[in-house]
Design a protein around this ligand. Structure first.
Ligand SMILES: Nc1ncnc2c1ncn2[C@@H]1O[C@H](COP(=O)(O)OP(=O)(O)OP(=O)(O)O)[C@@H](O)[C@H]1O
Ligand SMILES: [Mg+2]
Length: 464
């Protein structure tokens, strides 16, 4: 019969599979009659299959509970039982035909060696206590780093952002944080959570833009065992479940696909999630903080963001200001960042020269505080001094310098400095005349060929 069912598996291989010494298995039919006993079990029950075949399971083991599994049709996995005075882990599995009718059951013993169980339990205990330790450590690290004191800046828009954040932290309402990249949306979200009553529970961050579309649903809502092919056997909780009693931080929410937005809206209105393949919704208690660097109003107009979701998120609206709109705060933020780099490193630079600071204040910072932080980090790593000078800044920032008041740290040779100035003057003339060579030459009071020579010398020959 086995040949018909498994034409690709030779019968001797199947027999070897069933009889392998690591398999401790009893097979009964729907009436509880023993049909198969693996050799490991023959040894255990001190009997042979020939003697027990066709006899009732209770005759073999008066405590057997296999009949219950035949009756309920539900598997019982990982139960602990005592057999002949020793601990065992048992799995009882109903066997069904193609129509789902129970036709028998199998019992498998695992970890027949009790010392294995004890060892496993010990490992679990060690892991649990380590997890507990790391959770506490992480919490104290978080609460130290993510406080409002760690958000530098006191300009008006910054004060306003902090005011809204503190109000939001005292409530349990949804917060929407918007602002350009690198403006501190994530540290604000963390600071709000740390200041809220939920601080002892996790803040779970979901990056809505980096999860592949087809996985968002299972990531957010979780799945039950066997919900789809490839799903892990035990099922998995989603991020919302992990955030139960804490905060869920929906980062880059503006990038969430439309279909998911509808489901998200339902979850944050009902405080219930349905795991994929799950039968019953799970009630949860979470707080939502969402953030995006997208212009959500524009996304709504383009039909890429749901208006109802926007209204549901936009209860507290916190705007993180772009760095170029709070230039007066740049020195303060620079020194805040420098002091952070210092922690533990006494020799790191502590000062920024006035010239370098002036460049930092006037630069356009499209990457905001994150970009400023990177620039300072690089400057600190190349500086041999206690002070950061213009030369420690990247060229693109030095280039923003108005050349007339070039505050270089040390002047170069006169010849080189004159050449720099001359190049700048030629370039300015070309810019003003929109690249018209004749007019530029006239403006500078030199001959056209003279202008061409200078343009060539300074690499401006293709100026348009
Ligand atoms: N006001 C601030 N004071 C101190 N550090 C800041 C401030 N704003 C931002 N930072 C720092 O800049 C970096 C970027 O901040 P964050 O990750 O919060 O930005 P974001 O707005 O979430 O950016 P993105 O949209 O790119 O995700 C972080 O290292 C953060 O600590
Ligand atoms: Mg961010």
């Amino acid at each position: 019969m086995t040949e018909n069912f498994f034409p690709d598996i030779p019968p001797d291989l199947l027999t070897a599979l069933l009889e392998n010494p690591y398999e401790s298995m009893i097979l009964v039919d729907k009436d509880g009659m023993v049909r198969f006993l693996s050799p490991a079990n023959e040894e255990f029950y001190k009997t042979t299959i020939d003697r027990i075949k066709g006899r009732h399971i209770l005759e073999l083991n008066p405590q057997s509970e296999l009949q219950r599994v035949i009756h309920t049709g539900r598997a019982e996995i990982g139960r602990l039982i005592k057999l002949q005075g020793r601990d065992h882990i048992i799995a009882r599995i109903p066997l069904k035909d193609s129509e789902g009718m129970v036709i028998g059951a199998v019992a498998k013993l695992m970890f027949v060696q009790p010392q294995n169980i004890r060892q496993l339990m010990r490992q679990v205990e060690v892991l649990e206590s380590r997890l507990d330790y790391y959770q506490k450590e992480l919490k104290s690290l978080y609460s130290k780093h993510y406080t409002f004191d760690n958000i530098a800046g006191e300009a008006k828009p910054m004060q306003e952002a902090k005011r809204v954040a503190i109000q939001a932290a005292r409530s349990d309402l949804t917060v929407l944080i918007t602002g350009e990249t690198g403006t501190g949306k994530e540290i604000f979200a963390n600071a709000i959570h740390q200041m809220s009553d939920r601080r002892d529970n996790p803040l779970v961050r979901v990056n809505c833009s980096s999860i592949p579309h087809e996985l968002i649903e299972s990531e957010l809502f979780g799945y039950e065992s066997g919900a789809f092919t490839g799903a892990a056997r035990q099922g998995k909780p989603g991020k919302f479940e992990l955030a139960d009693k804490g905060t869920i931080f929906l980062d880059e929410v503006g990038d969430m696909p439309m279909v998911m937005q509808a489901k998200l809206l339902r979850v944050i209105q009902e405080f219930e999630v349905d795991r994929l393949g799950g039968l019953k919704p799970i009630k949860l208690d979470f707080r939502v903080i969402a953030a995006t660097n997208q212009d959500l109003q524009a996304r709504i107009r383009e039909g890429k963001f749901r208006q109802d979701l926007f209204y549901r998120l936009n209860i507290f609206h916190l705007k993180t200001p772009a760095l170029r709109t709070i230039r007066e705060d740049i020195p303060r933020i620079c020194y805040h960042l420098l002091s952070k780099f210092h922690e533990g490193k006494l020799s790191a630079p502590k000062r920024i020269s006035p010239e370098a600071m002036s460049l930092l204040v006037h630069y356009d910072w499209s990457g905001n505080v994150r970009e400023l932080q990177n620039v300072l980090q690089r400057a600190v790593s190349i500086s041999r001094d206690r002070t950061l000078y213009v030369d420690h800044l990247p060229m693109e920032i030095q280039d923003r310098l108005p050349r007339e008041q070039e505050p270089r740290h040390l002047p170069g040779k006169l010849k080189d400095e004159m050449a720099i100035a001359e190049r700048q003057i030629v370039e300015r003339a070309l810019r003003i005349t929109q690249g018209n060579r004749g007019q530029a030459a006239q403006l500078l009071g030199i001959h056209r060929t003279g202008l061409y020579q200078k343009m060539k010398r300074y690499g401006l020959q293709d100026y348009e």
